[in-house]
Design a protein around this ligand. Structure first.
Ligand code: GLU
Length: 468
């Protein structure tokens, strides 16, 4: 397929809930292709369903996109605001004879469907008003506008993921474009918006494949340009069943709150349905360079949380210390916590070691809590076990040696070693109680570096609190 020199892609979520993981992947693929091809990536909020769309969901989607780093070009388009335009197109089609008014009442249609059902036939609109001219009896009666769709032949969706998918036109009935209250249907709105926005590629979830056939009929009737279609297979849970709440987090926000980095999510979601040989680690810049439609998988992808964790550990290690400090600060700010200047400085100094041992920002923050404020620590259960009367005794015994030395990490280590050797105990027997008192935990970044980082005064306050 010849690549359009300036493709226009879009992500068109319905704001009825969070930005979920499937939607985020759809957005990512569109974004990657637009960036890859030097095209445009548009965002359209499909808020035509007024009963289900909420401002909170719009905000969640915009926040989710922003957090994921998927920047869109130009202003957000709100579909509902374009209803007059959708109506105008339907009315033009009506005037051109490409659409018609149907006066069938709900009762009539239900009865027709019941008959079809009883006869074992597929339930479809039977075209009863297709060739009928409304008479005086219809004057002032409610009507819908339907597309006069082709009834023979087939509609083929040329799909870059699934190949050619054929639909018998006889199977597709004349869909409603305008409801009796004059409001446009979703199907009409999507097609008109895509055409008006110059969308060249429609890449979306496979659940929209059937819609594509109907939309093609409408596009044809409108005389609009046919976009390239790509329908992405579903995402399943780790057990292969359709991804659901039961499998854990569905919303992108939840991944943010569990401490995954946006770069991790982009890489992970890319691999969820797209491949480049055996490559697992594909940073975004590389992804933009490589992304194509040919390598999108045809079958459903499976969530793999272990892979996600490993990838996140990788990106945490790869991220610059100062950037991680900013990530941690932003994370804590969402929990209404702020870090003092001192805390931020300590965090950055300890970061090379902290980031080696964390798979998520939550883990990283947990390991860094002892840097955030001053004073004696509250011990966790593991630290409690180290500060037995014996441990506290060891702490008291080693303190004078530390008090007498300089406070650089090498000096502190030498003093502790000399003390251990002199009293015939292992270094660990001294170091573990020290660590517990200093950090409140049984594991931490290298002890002597942390003593040096916290400084003589603050360290001694913490150690003395548990020395006995
Ligand atoms: N608004 C639709 C949805 O949220 C997407 C429509 C489209 O991409 O054509 O699933």
């Amino acid at each position: 397929m010849a690549e359009n020199p300036k493709p226009v892609l879009r992500f068109a979520p319905s704001p009825t809930g969070m930005l979920h993981i499937g939607g985020a992947r759809t957005a990512l693929f569109n974004w990657l292709y637009a960036r890859h091809a030097g095209g445009t990536f548009l965002l359209r909020i499909e808020d035509t369903d007024r009963t289900r769309s909420t401002p909170e969901a719009v905000e969640a989607i915009l926040n989710g996109m922003t957090w994921m780093g998927l920047d869109w070009d130009g202003d957000v388009t709100y579909q509902f605001a374009r209803a007059a335009r959708h109506r105008e197109v339907a009315e033009k089609m009506l005037a051109e004879g490409k659409a018609y008014r149907c006066y069938a009442t709900a009762e009539e249609l239900t009865a027709a469907r019941e008959e079809q059902k009883a006869a074992g036939k597929p339930m479809r609109y039977d075209g009863r008003w297709r060739d009928r001219i409304p008479g005086p009896a219809e004057e002032g009666k409610p009507s819908v506008v339907r597309l006069k769709a082709r009834q023979t032949g087939e509609t083929i969706v040329h799909d870059v993921v699934l190949g050619d998918v054929r639909f018998e036109n006889a199977q597709l009935d004349d869909m409603v474009l305008l409801r009796s209250d004059g409001t446009p249907t979703y199907m009409l709105a999507v097609v008109v918006d895509d055409a008006d926005m110059g969308v060249t590629h429609v890449i979306r979830g496979a659940d929209h494949l059937n819609n594509a056939a109907r939309q093609l009929q409408l596009i044809e009737a409108m005389g609009a340009a046919v976009p390239v279609y790509g329908h992405l297979p579903l995402i399943n849970g780790p057990d292969g069943a359709k991804l659901s709440k039961r499998h854990g987090a569905l919303a992108v926000e939840a991944y943010r709150d569990m401490g995954y980095l946006p770069e991790t999510m982009r890489n992970y979601l890319l691999r969820l349905g797209w491949s480049h040989g055996d490559d697992e680690i594909i940073p975004t810049a590389q992804a933009i360079e490589w992304f194509n439609f040919d390598s999108i998988g045809k079958s459903a992808a499976r969530m793999d949380y272990k892979k996600l964790d490993n990838l996140n550990g990788h990106y945490i290690r790869e991220t610059a210390d100062a950037t991680l400090v900013a990530e941690v600060t932003a994370f804590l700010a969402r929990e209404k916590r702020t870090l003092s200047m001192t805390a931020r400085q300590r965090l950055e100094s300890a970061m090379p070691s902290l980031k080696e041992r964390a798979k998520t920002l939550v883990e990283l923050i947990g390991g860094a809590e002892f840097l955030f404020n001053d004073g004696p620590r509250t011990l966790d259960a593991e630290a409690e076990k180290l500060l037995t009367p014996e441990g506290r005794g060891a702490l008291a015994a080693v303190l004078p040696a530390l008090e007498a030395t300089g406070w650089a990490s090498a000096e502190l280590e030498a003093a502790a070693r000399a003390f251990a050797e002199g009293t015939g105990v292992k270094l660990g027997q001294v170091a573990q109680p020290l660590r517990a008192a200093l950090t409140g935990k049984a594991s931490s970044p290298p002890l002597f570096e942390m003593l040096a980082l916290l400084g003589r005064e603050e360290s001694l306050v913490r150690l003395r609190a548990y020395a006995a």
